[in-house]
Ligand binder design. Structure first.
Ligand code: UDP
Length: 366
């Protein structure tokens, strides 16, 4: 056999593993069915503006080890994510904080905001939120839920909020101070030079085959390495034999515009149900761009079907139980391991991907 490892998928998880394996003297082959490396964190230069081709990626973490790790491969700028939510003609700050509440209710103090939220949900008697709707209502009350959460979430996930897990909304901070930072994390930024170069550096020294679909070249590829790390969809690896795991997919309509500033912010969420897209990204603002033109992407969410790119695992009870069955199957593999957002079927942020990959390395490469 020519290689110690075959890594299927050139995204962040696979690239971190490939890098660490090479540090230990292993020979690594990385394959990806796309024509480029970096998976969904792929960024590319389009007329002088760095475009996040598969949606906005903002790096944030409280894990010092992960932060130090990525900083070995890129310097980060001081971008702080502060999205705007647009509900018809009303504009609000995100995440849910005193700026949001004072605009919504014309109030000024945390005590006033808390009282309004309390009064709006008093009669619901929610003790243990059972789903996203109950979780959202109990955190922010009915007005914020109706205007800023319900429509957006149902577009994004294609399911009623009562059928979605509560953890999805707990990703967002809720605070009673005037602070529009979307994340609570200690460290945050966008890599200067983009994400693709991070993956390029991680893969330095590995053989990389692009436009190479593992499933179409399975026998040949499996024979080329001792062990395999599979970072694609775990159910697809098994030909969906236990059932199909659900995902949301995303479609982007990207446009170059002859104006230097289209929306004044990198991210504007359109929270009304009637607007077909969920958000508009204006890429230059991630890097404080001064170009005289701009590039925007409208983001449309859809149910994943075979052949689409999967983006978000739908971690409801049915899918988590099915994933558990696949995981058991995977545990009986002797030379194949699974990881990453698709291999582990988890709504991972980038820092969690790196942490999981490093933990896997500790185990696999010891
Ligand atoms: N969300 C919302 N309104 C918003 C932004 C987010 O209701 O304006 C909810 C929605 O359910 C979404 C979840 O919060 O799926 C998590 O949002 P986040 O921005 O973390 O999602 P991502 O950037 O990963 O798509």
């Amino acid at each position: 056999m020519k290689y110690d490892y075959l890594v299927v998928g050139a995204g962040l998880y696979g690239a971190v593993f490939a890098h660490e394996a090479m540090q230990k003297g292993k020979k690594v082959l990385v394959v990806d069915k796309r024509p480029h490396i970096a998976g969904n964190i792929y960024t590319e230069d389009v007329n002088g503006i760095r475009v996040h081709r598969y949606g906005a990626h903002i790096f944030h973490t409280s894990d010092k080890k992960v932060w130090d790790y990525v900083n070995r491969f890129a310097e980060f700028n001081n971008y702080i994510n502060s999205p705007i939510a647009r509900y018809h003609d009303e504009l609000y700050n995100l995440p849910f904080n005193m700026n949001t509440f004072s605009k919504m209710w014309g109030i000024a103090t945390p005590a006033e905001a808390k009282k309004i939220i309390h009064d709006q949900i008093e009669d619901l008697h929610i003790t243990e939120p059972k789903n996203l709707e109950e979780q959202a209502l109990s955190l922010v009350g009915r007005d914020v839920y109706e205007k800023l959460i319900k429509g957006y979430t149902e577009k994004q996930w294609g399911r009623p909020c009562t059928e979605l897990p509560a953890f999805i909304i707990r990703r967002l901070p809720l605070r009673f101070v005037y602070d529009n930072n979307y994340f609570n994390d200690r460290y945050q930024g966008i890599p200067i030079g983009g994400y693709t170069q991070i993956v390029e550096k991680l893969l330095d020294g590995a053989d990389v085959r692009l436009n190479c679909d593992f499933r179409k070249n399975r026998e040949e590829l499996e024979a080329m390495a001792d062990r395999i790390l599979y970072t694609g969809q775990i159910d697809q690896y098994y030909d969906y034999k236990l059932g199909v795991l659900e995902y949301r997919s995303v479609r982007f309509e990207t446009e170059e515009l002859d104006t230097d500033n289209f929306q004044g912010n990198a991210v504007v969420n359109y929270t009304a149900r009637e607007v077909p897209y969920t958000r508009i990204i204006e890429h230059k603002h991630f890097e404080f761009g001064k170009q005289d033109h701009t590039i925007i992407s409208r983001e449309y969410s859809s149910e994943w079907k075979k052949g689409d790119e999967p983006y978000y695992p739908v971690n409801n009870a049915r899918n988590n139980a099915l994933y558990e069955e696949y995981r058991k199957l995977a545990q009986s593999e002797t030379r194949v391991r699974f990881g990453g957002r698709l291999g582990a079927y988890k709504y991972y942020d980038m820092d969690k991907v790196i942490a999981a990959a490093l933990a896997f390395c500790d185990d696999e490469l010891k």
